[in-house]
Design a protein around this ligand. Structure first.
Ligand SMILES: Cc1cc2nc3c(=O)[nH]c(=O)nc-3n(C[C@H](O)[C@H](O)[C@H](O)COP(=O)(O)OP(=O)(O)OC[C@H]3O[C@@H](n4cnc5c(N)ncnc54)[C@H](O)[C@@H]3O)c2cc1C
Length: 205
């Protein structure tokens, strides 16, 4: 048994997969240009897990790579010997506020599932990309540009609040008006983050 695996598994609520438990899907993305094997695939259960994971990776000098549905090319959403965080395990759709037209979602929610949920209330997100089989966290990280963007901007433009875990292990809640840093002693490393919750607005009827 890999001692690092045992220590990591102990520190998280979610699952930690080792090399022998991986499929070829974990080693590739949509582009199929690279086949990289991560040391571990982590399926976090919550933001708390992501915070613990960032701390663990910093302590043990492990590279950490985030992944939604891996509808990316080149070296995105795959990991060579590091920790691949499979955020599809965080796929809860939370409360829908029909007055403010906002909904809480975790980063691994697939857009198609969100569209189905909102359709039951006669609502739809203002901007959808051409592929609904990808995650909210993935498109917010990349672009989130769709045919309606000429009118409503990117999907990111329609987020009213975002909970993030930074590369230094800090958590923060960000909105266009303010950023509240909740924990951690270091200043945030904004280049790398994993969203744990997004609240999108402006759903059209
Ligand atoms: C053929 C093709 C067509 C595309 N068309 C569009 C389009 O119309 N509009 C558009 O906006 N994009 C488009 N893209 C880009 C891309 O597919 C998506 O924007 C996005 O990557 C899909 O989400 P995903 O869940 O597959 O993310 P992934 O591919 O898994 O991840 C994308 C990137 O975001 C990071 N990431 C994933 N989740 C998180 C998270 N929760 N927190 C932090 N980082 C995270 C990953 O590390 C990676 O760098 C296209 C790509 C291809 C190959």
């Amino acid at each position: 048994m890999d001692e690092l695996h045992a220590a990591l598994a102990r520190s998280l609520e979610g699952a930690v997969l080792t090399r022998d438990q991986l499929t070829v899907d974990h080693e590739q993305n949509y582009g199929r240009l690279f086949q990289w094997t991560p040391r571990f695939v982590v399926q976090p259960a919550s933001q708390k897990d992501i915070v613990a994971l960032v701390a663990f990776c910093r302590t043990h000098t492990l590279h950490l790579t985030t992944r939604g549905c891996a509808h990316s090319q080149s070296q995105l959403a795959i990991s060579r010997g590091g920790v691949l965080v499979d955020l599809q395990s965080m796929n809860r759709i939370g409360a829908l506020d029909e007055d403010s037209l906002t909904v809480d979602v975790e980063p691994g929610v697939i857009w198609r599932d969100l569209v189905h949920r909102l359709a039951t209330r006669g609502l739809v997100p203002p901007v959808l990309t051409n592929n609904l089989g990808v995650t909210v966290g993935g498109t917010l990280s990349m672009a989130g540009i769709g045919v309606a963007s000429f009118r409503y901007g990117s999907q990111g433009d329609n987020v009213v609040e975002l909970d993030v875990v930074t590369g230094s292990g800090t958590t923060a809640t960000c909105s266009p008006e303010r950023t509240t840093i909740s924990s951690g002693a270091h200043s945030p490393a904004w280049g790398r983050w994993a969203s744990s919750r997004a609240r999108g607005c402006g759903f059209g009827a």
